[in-house]
Design a protein around this ligand. Structure first.
Ligand code: FES
Length: 567
């Protein structure tokens, strides 16, 4: 198969002419024949003025190019879509698959022998890895890295667990307008991704566990010089992969590496979004994420990382304590250390070099965990026939077994309008229910599962309630929150049948979530259900999304993008 500049010629019916023409145009950029005859490393550019998390991408790209050229290959940078969490309407999840398709097709369309994908803000790494697995070209992943922490009145804080916590205090009247404005400028003190164990940090750690990025790449803070040295080293590795034509993702991603990723996801107190993304990545390969097996792992794998929202510290502290290699060392026989990485090394060699940091308390040992069980549990029951997820590590222990009266919100808009209404009949023992917030219903499965505590209860000192929905939740959020109820209500899932006043029973120990209404009554309600309007999905990407989006248990990919295509 052709390589370098000869790869994937544009079709004019004469390959010789196609190459001639390609060289005519690329020489307009001043390249020499020597440069153009080298193996090519493509480098994605997701810098955008709308994506502050990727603010260091230009500097990372420069360092990668340096590494590629030091190793005798030719770097070529190309743009792809960039998705920033807070600048994506309606949600970043709505756009993840678009970014995955864009990235995959640009990798395929342009001549390159290896690719370096640089991402970080929540949906970008999953999109890029989904693309890389489908394109199956040798790939190095570089996360942009986490922000450094902020400080306010002597307190260490950061985006965005503390955004939610302090906004909650503001809503409860504990923080005035002037102070919340001051806090607003201190929560994100540098470029980089959220520095708690949100989705961005989760996926960066999972990527490292999968062997797709260099050791420590998940945790080095975004502004640190070390991040750019790692980028240079990543460029060198990519150049060697371009010359060797491997290893490809299909050679690295085995059943063991996916299991390792799930172990790490549980042990870091990872984001629930991580489970959806890992499922989507696996579905691009011959492997699968089995929810039952994932839940079983959760009973065996303790949370060892003391990071918000499950614990107390931030990503830079995790980094200085030894990062993912040290975590994998602590996990011991829970990790398959024979799994391979992009450098050709096995994880065993990576773990052997893990730094021993005296006195650090961020990465715990298995006999002194943060939580005895993993971060997530998978629930089933008559409310969630195909499953639901709870991040038990960030929940209130006494609410993990709870029966309460449902208070139902029909949609995100309905919840926004009514949740703080003083006339809302609600008590701390009730179960807040949000529906029509799933992959198809909202659309794009917004991170609205962290339903706000009604203002009047907040003022009365209520800090947590059982909240359930078909939505997602930011990895930076916390509370006793059941998410990803599948099937979602918009496609007729049982969540659509709940009425205010029904009783709902949550039992995390038994892995159950049930609506305590008899089957005959539920059938009557089902017969009266009306399908939600799909007027928003008549054309364009919205139409493609509505017609082909899969449910949460299948990773929310488009049905035709899985490895086997449309079934
Ligand atoms: Fe980009 Fe949190 S907003 S990672």
């Amino acid at each position: 198969m052709a390589d370098g500049l000869r790869k994937g010629l544009a079709s004019y019916g004469d390959p010789g002419f196609s190459l001639f023409l390609r060289k005519v145009f690329i020489k307009a950029m001043g390249y020499s024949d020597d440069a153009l005859n080298r193996p090519i490393v493509g480098i994605t550019n997701t810098y955008s003025d709308y994506n502050p998390c990727h603010g260091n991408a230009p500097q990372i790209i420069e360092a990668v190019k340096r590494g590629v050229m030091l190793s005798g290959a030719m770097p070529m940078v190309f743009p792809t879509i960039s998705i920033a969490e807070s600048f994506s309407h309606p949600t970043s999840m709505y756009l993840r698959n678009l970014m995955a398709m864009d990235t995959e097709e640009m990798i395929r369309a342009q001549p390159m022998d290896a690719v370096v994908v640089i991402g970080g803000c929540d949906k970008t790494l999953p999109a890029q890895i989904m693309a890389a697995v489908s394109a199956d070209l040798p790939t190095v992943v570089i996360p942009v890295g986490p922000m450094v922490v902020g400080h306010h009145r002597g307190e260490v804080l950061g985006a965005c667990t503390d955004c939610r916590r302090l906004w909650g205090k503001h809503r409860a009247g504990e923080i005035d307008d002037a102070e919340i404005e001051a806090v607003n400028a201190r929560l994100a003190p540098s470029v980089g991704t959220c520095m708690v164990m949100g989705t961005a940090s989760t996926m960066a750690c999972v990527t490292e566990a999968l062997g797709l990025s260099l050791p420590m790449s998940a945790t080095i803070p975004a502004p640190h010089a070390e991040r750019f040295r790692l980028a240079e080293a990543s460029g060198k590795v990519a150049a060697e992969m371009a010359k060797a034509k491997g290893p490809k993702p299909s050679e690295l991603l085995t059943a063991s590496s996916f299991r390792n990723a799930q172990v790490v996801l549980q042990a870091i107190g990872g984001s629930t979004n991580g489970l959806i993304h890992l499922t989507a990545i696996a579905n691009r390969s011959p492997h699968r994420i089995d929810l039952e097996a994932f839940d079983k792992l959760g009973r065996e794998v303790p949370v060892l990382i003391d990071l918000k929202p499950s614990g107390a510290h931030y990503m830079e502290h995790f980094h200085h304590a030894g990062g993912v290699p040290k975590l994998m060392a602590q996990l011991g026989n829970l990790i398959d250390l024979d799994a391979k990485t992009i450098t050709g090394e096995a994880l065993r060699q990576v773990v052997a070099r893990a730094e021993e940091v005296p006195g650090q308390d961020v990465i715990r040992s298995r006999d002194n965990p943060i939580k005895n069980v993993g971060s997530m549990a998978v629930l089933h029951g008559n409310l969630a026939p195909r499953g639901a997820v709870i991040k038990q590590s960030a929940a209130t222990p006494k609410l993990l077994q709870h029966t309460g009266r449902a208070v139902v919100f029909e949609s995100v808009e309905d919840m926004t309008q009514r949740v703080d209404d003083p006339a809302l009949e609600v008590s701390a023992d009730d179960v807040l229910v949000l529906r029509n917030a799933g992959p198809k219903g909202a659309p794009g499965m917004p991170e609205a599962g962290y339903l706000p505590i009604p203002a009047k209860l907040l003022r009365a000192g209520v800090k947590d309630m059982v909240r359930i929905s078909d939505a997602r939740m930011s990895g930076t959020a916390f509370g006793t929150i059941v998410l990803h109820i599948t099937p979602e209500s918009a496609v007729g899932g049982p969540l659509a049948l709940v009425r205010t006043g029904d009783m709902i029973a949550l039992d995390v120990e038994k892995r159950r979530i049930d609506l305590l209404v008899d089957a005959a009554e539920l059938e009557r309600r089902r017969a009266a259900l009306k399908p939600p309007s799909a007027d928003w999905a008549k054309r364009g990407y919205a139409h493609l999304f509505h017609e082909t989006i899969l449910q949460a248990d299948e990773g929310c990919d488009f049905d035709f993008m899985r490895a086997q295509g449309k079934s």
